[in-house]
Design a protein around this ligand. Structure first.
Ligand SMILES: *Cc1c(COP(=O)(O)O)cnc(C)c1O
Length: 368
């Protein structure tokens, strides 16, 4: 059996008629930028999260950049974020002219350690970017407490955590502004690049909308200079179709994760992903840890089971951040994770017998 890491073809087959109709309608109307499809998706997404404003963007990276810029972050400022994320989280901080300040992750959950956030706060600190990595919610209670005490903005990076919850509240609804990615492989994925920012702050929302569209709310009336970061109409139409399935797809991810966790219990030296007790994990990724990670990955590859590493190098140790002078001892937890993490196939359509095959193959590996 050949088991892919993600199967987007299978998902398309399950919603083909609706997707094809939505695409055809946009092309027949020949309205490719803006329009009712974009507004519809923005309204639906805002409503799903219970947030007043959603502004769609060209991708999740731009969403972060737009949020940072419109919060006024720039030269001379510092923004504290996690050492364990995709580079978008930190490269956008640098792009504003501010300095990314990395901290280690919590022992069990792969998420930013609030204690260390507090330790890194200086007079230049303006914001915190918690990342709900893999779908695991960050400890938003502690992070919001710290933000309040030190008067800092909070930008939640929700690129991997559509519909995750913390203390019964949807993630993305805690901070001043939250950013989403709809990259094809994300829990809600377009058929190309796509993203959004959401916020209950109306003034900030207007600024972000303006900035993302050349600084204009009305064509040719440029209040400021901005960027071109709009969601394509085609992608909006596709996302609206897929949004109606997001809850059931999330449930299927959670069911698949539960199957993995019960069947992999006690196998080899595997550490299973641990869910925060006060949280609800949306399982963008199912990530195990083992001291024999590289060997196991090779073995699974040889049996046609595709796995991945998210990510092979923690952010502060990437060549891109050499200038900041960090070393591995600065991030003992994240650095150990980097050597042990392995993402197993995870998507809603993953079948029971595929999970069994993966689990049995992993058991075989540890018996050798
Ligand atoms: C995917 C991702 C992004 C960026 O999203 P793009 O749409 O690919 O630009 C940002 N942060 C995290 C944590 C991500 O996983």
């Amino acid at each position: 059996m050949n088991i892919p890491f993600v199967d987007l073809k299978l998902q398309y087959q399950s919603i083909k008629d609706d997707i094809d109709a939505a695409i055809r309608k946009v092309i027949e109307n020949a309205n490719f930028i803006g329009g009712s499809e974009v507004l519809k998706f923005e309204n639906e997404f805002a409503e799903l999260l219970g947030i007043k404003n959603c502004i769609s963007t060209a991708n999740g990276t731009d969403a972060l950049y737009i949020a940072l810029r419109m919060l006024g972050i720039g030269e001379g400022d510092e923004v504290i974020t996690t050492s364990h994320s995709w580079i978008s989280t930190s490269e956008t901080i640098s792009q504003t002219g501010a300095k990314p300040v990395f901290v280690d992750v919590e022992d069990q959950y792969f998420t930013i350690d609030p204690k260390q956030v507090e330790e890194q706060i200086t007079s230049r600190t303006k914001a915190i970017i918690p990342v709900h990595i893999y779908g695991q919610p960050c400890d938003m209670e502690k992070i919001m407490e710290i933000a309040k005490a030190y008067n800092l903005f909070v930008i939640e990076d929700c690129a991997q955590s559509h519909l995750s919850m913390f203390n019964g509240q949807l993630i993305g609804t805690f901070g001043n502004v939250s950013t989403f990615s709809f990259y094809p492989g994300k829990n809600l994925g377009a058929y190309g690049d796509a993203g959004a920012v959401i916020s209950n702050d109306d003034e900030l929302a207007v600024k972000m909308k303006m900035f993302s569209n050349h600084g204009a709310l009305v064509k040719h009336n440029h209040i400021m200079e901005g960027i071109n970061s709009r969601l394509d109409t085609l992608q909006a139409a596709i996302l609206s179709v897929k949004l109606s399935h997001l809850k059931s797809w999330t449930k299927k991810r959670q069911d698949n994760a539960a199957k993995y966790s019960s069947r992999l219990q006690g196998v080899g030296d595997i550490e299973l992903p641990k869910e925060r007790p006060s949280g609800e994990h949306s399982y963008h990724l199912y990530v195990i840890k083992t001291s024999r990670r590289d060997e196991l990955k090779k073995y699974l590859d040889s049996k046609n089971i595709t796995t991945a590493i998210h990510y092979p190098t923690i952010l502060p140790l990437l060549p891109a951040y050499k200038r900041l002078g960090y070393n591995s001892e600065d991030f003992p937890v994240a650095y150990q994770n980097q050597q042990q993490i392995l993402s197993l196939p995870m998507f809603p359509e993953l079948m029971d017998d595929q999970i069994n095959e993966i689990v049995e193959t992993i058991k075989d590996f540890f018996k050798r």
